[in-house]
Structure formats: structure tokens, C-alpha cells
Write a protein that binds this ligand. Sequence first.
Ligand code: HEM
Length: 228
Amino acid sequence: MLWMRTLPRVAIGYLVLAVFAALGLAFAAYSMRFGVRGLGIDLSAETHLYTPGDERANLAIFAHMILGAAIMVLAPLQLSARLRARRPRVHRAVGYVIFTGAMATALGGLGYIALRGTVAGGLMDVGSTLYGALMLVAAVQAVRLARARELARHREWALRLFVLAMGSLIYRLHYVAWYALTDGMWSTPELDGPFDQVQYFAFYLPYLAALELWLRRGRYRPAGAVAD
Ligand code: HEM
């Protein structure tokens, strides 16, 4: 029977989703706690990310952790066709919160790079700067196109923003998987090993490319248009 053949696939799909959601929530909690502590107390004994006496750099990096965690948790809500169709005002309000959070997260990360640079510098600065710049562009485009009622293009940019909002989580998941499989081969504490260098870009570019392929192949069928 058809349902007996499709059930395992559906169950596996839900299981993968549940695991991803649990890891996402755990990382969001870690990021939020780290950010709150960094804004409240001197963490210089604990992390290179805290700069004693540099209020701007500390505000930039630790506020970006709090806001980044918030957009990661909120972004999946926007994928719900049901919410878009039945509660367009909620979709719109959450959309503006994500827009503001994404802009501030990206600007915080970019500000920190400008003031302090990343731990590995050079290519890691480039990878993180491109990541932040893409997040800014995707956030602006998603809101601009929604306001212009270009809903098909709005959804494409919103999906790009979603992938970018998950990027920071994906980055950590790559490391967890790699360390479990290889015990950290080609990775250093300064994040300048060959594996680390690939990661400067690999946590968002391949996923954006896969999304583009999916969009171009026309598999995406928008549902639940936002009524005004
Ligand atoms: C969903 C969004 C984001 C979240 C949740 C997030 C979270 C974090 C966390 C928790 C850290 C500390 C890493 C550690 O555990 O030691 C971190 C570091 C950092 N993040 Fe983000 N981030 C996000 C987006 C961004 C964006 C868009 C940029 C863009 C420039 C960025 C730039 C950085 C930089 C430069 C560092 C410091 C890297 C280093 O030198 O060690 N982040 N982020």
C-alpha cells in the first residue's frame, strides 16, 4: 500500500527536522547566553572575542550574537504557508522584526571585523564580510519586494535570507560532523587549517547555490499569498 511505502520517508523527514530544530534551539540558547554575558561582564579570560576597554567592539560582537539567535529562531515561522495565509499581519510583523534583527546582526558582525578582525584574519575576514554583506542585501530585498507587492521575488529573497540566517548554525554543524569523523584533521585552534579555510565560505555559498538551482528548476510553488 502507498501509505506504507511513504510513511518511513515522511517519518525520517520529521526526525531530521526535529533533530535540526533541537540543535538550532541549543545553538540559539548558547549564542544568546554568550551575547548577554559579553554585554554584562568582562569575558576576556574566557574568549578572544571580548576586548577590555573597547565598548564598541564588545557591543558589536555580543549584540550580534543575541540578535542572530533571535532571527534564527524566528525565521522558520515565515516558511509556514498557513501562517502567511491565515495571519498575514503576524507574518508581516515577524518579517519586520527579522529584517531589523538581520540588519543589526550583519552590521554588528561587520563592525567587529572592521574594528578587530576575525581570529584567523585575511581570508576569514573576506568570508565573514561576504556573509554579512549578503545578509544585508537579502534582508533589504525581501522587505523592499514585499512592500512593492512583487511577491514571487519577495519569497525568493526571503528564502535566501532564511538560508543565511541558518548559516551560523550550519557552520557549527559542519565542525561537529568533521570533528566526529576525523578528530579535527586540517583544523587548528586559530581556525587557519585547510578545513577551516574551506569553512570560511562553505557554510553559506553551497547552500545558496543549491537554493538557486531549486528555484531555477521551478520546483518552488508559492502558496499562501500575503493579503494586505
Ligand atoms: C544567525 C546569525 C548569527 C549568529 C547566531 C551568530 C552567532 C555567533 C556566535 C555565537 C559567535 C561566537 C563564536 C564562538 O562560539 O566562539 C560568532 C562569532 C562571529 N560572528 Fe556571528 N552570528 C551570526 C551571524 C553573523 C554575521 C551575519 C556575521 C557577518 C559579518 C557574523 C560575524 C561573526 C564574526 C566576525 C565572529 C567572530 C569570529 C572570530 O574571530 O572568532 N556573524 N557569531
